[in-house]
Design a protein around this ligand. Sequence first.
Ligand SMILES: *[C@@H]1O[C@H](CO)[C@@H](O)[C@H](O)[C@H]1NC(C)=O
Length: 279
Amino acid sequence: MIFSYHRIPKDSASRDDLDEPQDEILKANSSLSYGEFHRRRPLLALSVSLFILLLCSIALNIHFIVSRPSDSTSGHSSSSVDPMWGGDLEPLYSPAQSAVRYERRVFNKLGIRTKFHGPPTDETDAAWESLYKIGTSWITQEQAALLPNHTDPIAGEEDRSVIVLDVFHQLHCLNNIRHALWPERYGVPKLAPPIIKGDTVLFDHVDHCINIIRESIVCHADITPNVWQWDEDRQVSFPHFDNLHTCRNWDAIMDWAKEHQMKHGWDVSIHVGHEQEHR
Ligand SMILES: *[C@@H]1O[C@H](CO)[C@@H](O)[C@H](O)[C@H]1NC(C)=O
């Protein structure tokens, strides 16, 4: 997504705008957005229904990340070897790579309901937000120099830069799509002014979120085989999604994010000009 950082006074206590992107812009354009929404509503309804299946599947996948390994997996120990790193392509540096540990997890059984499932409540909201509320992280200039992409130093704190681990951005986006499915609770999603200069089409945040989750799923291409097993009650061979997966340990990633959490806002309107060396 486009993280729209508002201009924040340096002494402001904390920022929690991760899930409130472009709110001010959106409000200013709400009448335009509303009309646009209704014109494309049939299309939206179709896309939404087509996406419900995928969402169910994604929600299951998200849940496995935060749930403790079940008894059936506790016999498997975590490993610090990254299967990606055994491939023929050198993995790109991440400041959080030291936090990566592998373990095996069973995904949720089809039909079970977790705290992430169901019609939204304050409890489901809190559960979803706890996945990504940690937000942005600071890194040192030494770490920034190892990134394949430049990231600006923080104004007034030039020995540090800001990043957000994409997993948090993706979870934020998935929650944003979940919100769009419940307009009676969260309001009708609004369109924003075009992001790209000269573009005549309004920016659709939900559409953006669907796309980045698509990119991430395709990028990570989970090749865990889902299996078919005979179901005595139904008298059919039935597909299962509660299979054993190779996963990154979520707690270790969260620990890294807590240690490096950017706890205050920063002024994005100051151009900190010095160039970093990149590999
Ligand atoms: C990041 O680096 C890649 C590879 O050089 C480049 O294609 C891409 O445009 C860069 N993105 C940003 C935001 O710098």
